[in-house]
Design a protein around this ligand. Structure first.
Ligand code: SAM
Length: 454
């Protein structure tokens, strides 16, 4: 990912971003950062870029021409196949949030425009800017700090930027709860002891304590987020009555990445991490047509893919949105707490000879190797679902089933180690993998899910 920052103070931006973790990420080529001096593009003598605002008023305004030319100099260099957004940091923008950062982190190029003085001539903003973003309800002297805040937050979501990816997932604001309190050595400092449970070595007790503390802290410090959390708990309890059918929606909530939950009586709407995938269950509520006809437009804004959990929703949903049914699925869930037996199936180091070798691939996926040949890939997707893919044609007949079994077992155990319930969404037609999961102790939903797209 590359960040391009259009600014009057390139040295300020580079000094800040070339330090600490973002600086390391640049040196390790995980991200690129360039600062473009808007002043280099002015046609005025004395490198002047500002002028008085028409109609009068205090202060000066950055003129359209140098901003436009600086933007063009970046834009011309970008590959047409790259995805990009152009962000004007302004107190008049939408409030920056972790969810917005998740969305931006999926782009190849992000161009930031930093204002100064009283801001920038509106006409160039209209021509180049795709997003207006504010970092808070206060006014700073320039956009540099705002752009730096945004680059920092987005960069840490880019794979490989944080050396321990775990911490990106469990820190504050990933879900609606604030993070629990943390302690390091020594055990006693200023007469204050570290809570006993953290020294117990009992992972289950530690997890329960942390959740309790997170809830307490959120209730005290952020009542607004606490209300969201209570809403999530309510949704979860309702969906748990049909655990298998709702395994994907429950998985999203469990991982703290289900966005904007919305409950309307028995009905629940939930969005994936990027806001483009929506999940819906009616849980038997009646009058589906009426519900979809009256749903406010903003509920569907930006949604590209929808999983409907009841067949009765398909027709009225299609009528309202124009999206078509593109596939039927079933959710599969493993509800036991014990890990699956591994003996003879796979190994993660090259020392032993027992089973396929499973290695982490560069992109966070895992590969199963048969004599150094990649025989299958697997991973846990953004929403927490397990998936596998076997390269059947390259494999000898006798090894096809064991490779798939090894990968499902490996992923299930990985999810359990991370404290999550393993689940997978399989095409309703994929009888082979469904049998495999059944053999491993997964249960499939009795009814199907319906995937809708444009
Ligand atoms: N006259 C502008 C207004 O009232 O909206 C404020 C201009 S401000 C003094 C100068 C620049 O600082 C802005 O153009 C913007 O780029 C940046 N800026 C100030 N506060 C900001 C905030 N809260 N979030 C993002 N950018 C901000």
């Amino acid at each position: 990912m590359k960040f391009h920052i259009l600014t009057l103070f390139p040295e300020m931006v580079l000094q800040g971003l070339m330090s600490s973790i973002t600086g390391r990420a640049v040196r390790e080529q995980k991200i690129e950062v360039e600062a473009i001096d808007i002043r280099d593009y002015t046609k005025e003598k004395h490198r002047k870029v500002d002028d008085y605002p028409y109609g009068g008023g205090a202060g000066m305004l950055i003129q359209a021409q140098p901003v436009y030319d600086a933007y063009q100099s970046v834009s011309e260099k970008l590959s047409p196949s790259h995805t990009r957004r152009v962000i004007y940091v302004t107190p008049q923008g939408s409030p920056f949030s972790q969810q917005m950062a998740e969305e931006f982190s999926a782009y190849d190029d992000l161009i930031f425009l930093c204002g100064h003085y009283e801001g920038i001539d509106e006409r160039v903003l209209e021509e180049v800017v795709t997003d207006h973003v504010s970092i808070g309800d206060y006014v700073m002297t320039g956009g540099e700090l705002a752009a730096m805040v945004m680059v920092d937050v987005i960069a840490r979501l880019v794979p490989g930027v944080l050396h321990n990816q775990e911490s990106a997932r469990t820190e504050s604001f990933q879900g609606p709860l604030l993070e629990y309190p943390q302690y390091s050595r020594p055990e006693i400092w200023h007469g204050k002891a570290v809570p006993e449970v953290l020294l117990s070595g009992d992972a289950g007790r530690v997890r329960a304590w942390r959740l309790e503390e997170s809830v307490k802290r959120t209730r005290e410090r952020r009542p607004d987020l606490y209300a969201q959390y209570q809403e999530l708990v309510e949704c979860r309890e309702r969906m748990k009555k049909q655990k298998r059918l709702h395994a994907d929606m429950l998985g999203l909530l469990e991982r703290g990445c289900g966005q904007r939950p919305c409950r309307c009586g028995e009905r629940i709407l939930l969005y994936g991490r990027d806001g483009k995938t929506m999940f819906y269950t009616s849980m038997g509520a009646e009058r589906e047509s009426e519900f979809w006809e009256n749903l406010p437009e903003e509920t569907l804004a930006g949604v590209r893919r929808v999983f409907l959990h009841q067949q009765a929703s398909v027709e009225p949903f299609q009528k309202r949105t124009g999206m078509r049914l593109i596939g039927r699925y079933r959710n599969w869930i493993y509800t036991k707490k014990e890990k699956l037996p591994v003996r003879g199936l796979y190994r993660q180091d090259a020392e032993t000879e027992d089973g396929f070798l499973i290695r982490e691939l560069a992109n966070g996926q895992y590969g199963a190797y048969v004599q150094e040949t990649l025989a299958g890939r697997a991973g846990i997707d953004e929403e927490g679902g397990l998936w596998t893919e076997c390269f059947w044609t390259d494999l000898p007949e006798g090894e096809k089933v064991p490779v798939e079994k090894a990968l499902w077992t490996f992923l299930s155990n990985l999810a359990l180690e991370q404290g999550f319930t393993p689940y997978a969404r399989l095409s309703a037609e994929n009888a082979v993998s469904q049998n495999r999961l059944e053999e491993l102790g997964f249960y499939g939903s009795k009814t199907e899910l319906y995937c809708m797209e444009f």
